[in-house]
Write a protein that binds this ligand. Sequence first.
Ligand SMILES: NC(=O)c1ccc[n+]([C@@H]2O[C@H](COP(=O)([O-])OP(=O)(O)OC[C@H]3O[C@@H](n4cnc5c(N)ncnc54)[C@H](OP(=O)(O)O)[C@@H]3O)[C@@H](O)[C@H]2O)c1
Length: 211
Amino acid sequence: MRHVLILGANGAIARLVRNNLKAQADMQLTLFLRNAQRITDVDPAKEKIVEGDVLDQAALDAAMAAQDIVYANLGGKADQAAANIIASMQKNKVRRLIFITSIGIYDEVPGKFGEWNNRMIGQSLAPYRKAAALIEQSDLDYTILRPAWLTNYDEVAYEKTQKGEPFKGTEISRQSVAAYVTAVINEPTLDVRASVGLDKPGTDGDKPSFY
Ligand SMILES: NC(=O)c1ccc[n+]([C@@H]2O[C@H](COP(=O)([O-])OP(=O)(O)OC[C@H]3O[C@@H](n4cnc5c(N)ncnc54)[C@H](OP(=O)(O)O)[C@@H]3O)[C@@H](O)[C@H]2O)c1
């Protein structure tokens, strides 16, 4: 049985991952979120809901006990969240972390799209940048994700770039990010201590097609 803690469980990608994992027999999910009444369809045989804020260290520590994998799907103060998550994982001897950040945190996006991306979201990347640095400095088995611009298209198609490589493409569906997160949860040796850019193949351009 694998115990997976989903932080920010009502987030759009987290909901898709939850659906993928619920179909599997060997999963025990802890759904950690602010305002728990938003999830009404809990399967008590497989799921436990914990209401909490990741910035509350005590709440996080309590949810962390006996987990195998932590999947953080958080916006907002990602740097403070990362610091709390690392501390809690170390206290509880949990090693495997999947943490979503954003395209652009290493200035890895080339060309005109890179300039456009930086104009659009450059000013909001600092917490993600710091979160990634904290995670990389830790001794955890982490996979940091850097998705391209997110769509809600009902499709799964992705390619990866590793840290140090120029980012490819401009967009990616949330379904695709969820499929990749699900793949890592099912095969935790995949992309260990890696920071992975995710995009849909063939979406190179000066900006995402929907802009
Ligand atoms: N939009 C894009 O094109 C794009 C591109 C690359 C990366 N990203 C990033 O990808 C991530 C996942 O995307 P998404 O669509 O799933 O985002 P989302 O729907 O906004 O989900 C983020 C979740 O984080 C939760 N959260 C934030 N701070 C929290 C805290 N302190 N404690 C507990 N939960 C907290 C939010 O909870 P509440 O529901 O309680 O507010 C929300 O449910 C986001 O961080 C996003 O910024 C976005």
